[in-house]
Write a new protein. Structure first.
Length: 386
């Protein structure tokens, strides 16, 4: 019996090899190819910014709101194994007596979001009052409440900034940092004051325990946005860029109005800040697919032909499926062309500003603290930064 099995096996192998066993040969020729490697979701940079908004922190708030777009621009050209990461930002305030003591004088303004205008709005809404600054408490809340990624390759970072002792409050900072480390979240501390004072009041120890960076900044330093020859044209291009957005759905108009409002906020500070914002809006990190049809269609989140009439903006009312598709594509092409000009002018502007900045002494501010820490932690995870 054993010999018969061996002979049969030899016959089948021979038949397949020389083509005498058609069913085996047909399967070999028509079998589907091995599946392609699954498309991996984009890498993510998650930043939670926890700001002390007690009475002495006006300068810290001004720096953060005025340097948001500079931070975005720094990460806009970053990659992880060739992929552009998604940037998600959350904002908390703490130490403000205007917030209930029941909540530890802590308020979450925005959870982790890719919609950067929402982040800008949150920062511009901040005012100072009081207070009682509970660093451990706010870190613990951010760790527990936010939708943190669980992928090892993603960057998960908390940045807490303030000037009172790090040891205050009902939640021990060492306990909060232990919770963060279990989730793979790095806590970075930014003392708004002298390096020595921060080191003596627990800010340095907190960062060391968390595997993060301890930094100090001059929070009272007024950010100088250098005016450049390119600013006027960048402002014009930004206006043109806004006209390519197609608000849709229940939130469309509100969020488009929010976009215009944040333009006005930046412009009211300086033309230099508006130029930085325009550059951010032309980058891959500026995403608005929840309310803009161009982004939603480009990212495959919406089929414009399947949207109900009431979800469409007035210019698209009554359009056929073909007309809808053509309208969105036209706006997308316009946007891409405007973005390219913004990018080119922004590069020229950056060269001009870099030269001018070298003429003045440098001061540690909020954007440098954020950027330097994320760069260091990102490079440890094979992120590349331009």
């Amino acid at each position: 019996m054993k010999n018969k099995i061996v002979i049969l096996a030899i016959f089948i192998i021979t038949a397949v090899t020389v083509g005498f066993y058609p069913s085996f040969r047909l399967y070999a020729e028509t079998a589907p190819p091995a599946p392609e490697t699954a498309v991996v979701d984009a890498p993510v940079i998650q930043l939670a910014i926890l700001l002390d908004t007690s009475s002495s922190m006006d300068g810290l708030i001004h720096q953060t709101r005025e340097q948001l777009w500079q931070v975005v621009n720094t990460f806009a050209d970053s990659t992880h194994h060739g992929q552009t990461p998604e940037l998600q930002v959350a904002v908390y305030e703490y130490g403000n007596d205007g917030i209930s003591a029941q909540n530890g004088h802590i308020r979450k303004l925005r959870g982790l979001t890719t919609e950067l205008d929402e982040v800008s709005q949150a920062l511009f809404s901040l005012t100072t009052d009081g207070g009682e600054e509970y660093c451990g408490y706010v870190i613990s809340m951010a760790v527990k409440e936010l939708a943190w990624s669980d992928r090892e390759s993603d960057i998960r970072a908390i940045f807490i900034a303030g000037n009172e002792p790090f040891t205050q409050g009902p939640v021990e900072y060492k306990q909060a940092i232990t919770e963060a480390r279990k989730r793979g979240i790095t806590v970075n501390t930014i003392h708004a004051g002298s390096f020595k004072e921060g080191a003596e009041s627990g800010w340095k120890d907190g960062a060391m325990l968390a595997g993060g960076e301890y930094m100090n900044i001059d929070h009272n330093h007024k950010v100088v946005h250098i005016t450049a020859p390119q600013d006027k044209r960048l402002a014009e291009l930004n206006t043109q860029l806004n006209s390519t957005y197609i608000p849709y759905g229940t939130e469309g108009k509100r969020k488009h109005d929010l976009q215009l409002e944040q333009d006005m906020k930046s412009e009211s500070v300086s033309s230099g800040l508006m130029a930085k914002r325009a550059k951010s809006k032309a980058s891959k990190l500026y995403k608005n697919s929840t309310w803009d049809l161009v982004d939603a269609v480009e990212q495959g989140e919406v089929k414009v032909t399947e949207l109900k009439e009431e979800a469409l903006p007035a210019p698209m009312a009554g359009m056929s499926s073909e007309e809808r598709t053509e309208y969105v594509m036209t706006k997308q092409n316009e946007r891409n062309k405007i973005k390219e000009e913004i990018k080119k002018l922004s590069e020229e502007r950056e060269a001009y500003v870099t030269e001018k900045r070298m003429e003045k002494p440098q001061v540690n501010t909020m954007d440098q603290a954020l950027v330097n820490a994320v760069r260091k932690q990102g490079e440890e995870k094979n992120y590349s930064f331009k």
